[in-house]
Design a protein around this ligand. Sequence first.
Ligand code: SAM
Length: 282
Amino acid sequence: MNYRHAYHAGNIGDVLKHAVLAACLTYLKRKDQPFRVIDTHAGIGAYPLALEEMQKTGEWQRGIGRVLAEARPDAVARILAPWLEAVAAANPAGPLEIYPGSPMLARMLMRPQDRLTLTELHPADHATLAGRFAGDWQVKVIHLDGWLALGSFVPPKEKRGLVLIDPAFEVTDEFERIADGLVKAWKRWTNGMYLVWYPLKDRKGIDRFHRTLEEAGVRDVLTLELSIGRSDPDSPMRGSGMTLVNAPYTLADDMRVALPWLRDVLGEGPDAAAVVRQIIPE
Ligand code: SAM
């Protein structure tokens, strides 16, 4: 396990992932009933900019750094507010000093009745994560393979909520593992909301993943993609996508407004693109 998210926190991939995660959590809060968030690949929870890893790559500067520096039109500001207000709340002094990863973001958006289950396999990252949430009875941090968590933690007793599947893509068959885990989880908990993040590197793998979902009978599948259109093969990832099952019905329309703005702010080449596509209907 070589991947450490601290090198990449706040980058263009996190922008898409965390804006969408925050929007989905905000939607869940429309009803009073409790929900559970299951984050299968949680990382360390939050990322101080002072971390050596963050300083080394500076990837956040081309992601959250640019987003915060731009004036947002009202329609975009409304859609990104759940995410950016949490980022602001994590930095009460004003300037960005700490970037909330998915666990901290979820925690900030939860209410007293909601619960968060986090699994992280890297021993050091798990220890950091466990330390961050020590004593927080709404959060369970488990040193466990996220794929096992996906198989055994659904459906949660709340019967409402979402699963974030955000693996490290260090192995070539990651899409097969995702498809397998997601289909099995969906069969056990068909009403759950599932959010899968992936880099835009292997188009054939992405298409195969989507075909597997379709063949398995999964319904209501939405994909979102945000690419900054860099063509330099040595530069970091040029973009990322998310595949959502049972996304809030408002999300596609909201992302048709927010993603083109993010594309314009983050784009670095003529191929920069924002895509919103319902690939399998309800
Ligand atoms: N979700 C986090 C966020 O948005 O802040 C970032 C997660 S990072 C992309 C992927 C994480 O998965 C890494 O911290 C890595 O150590 C962890 N990981 C890798 N393989 C895993 C596995 N099989 N089960 C659980 N965690 C794993």
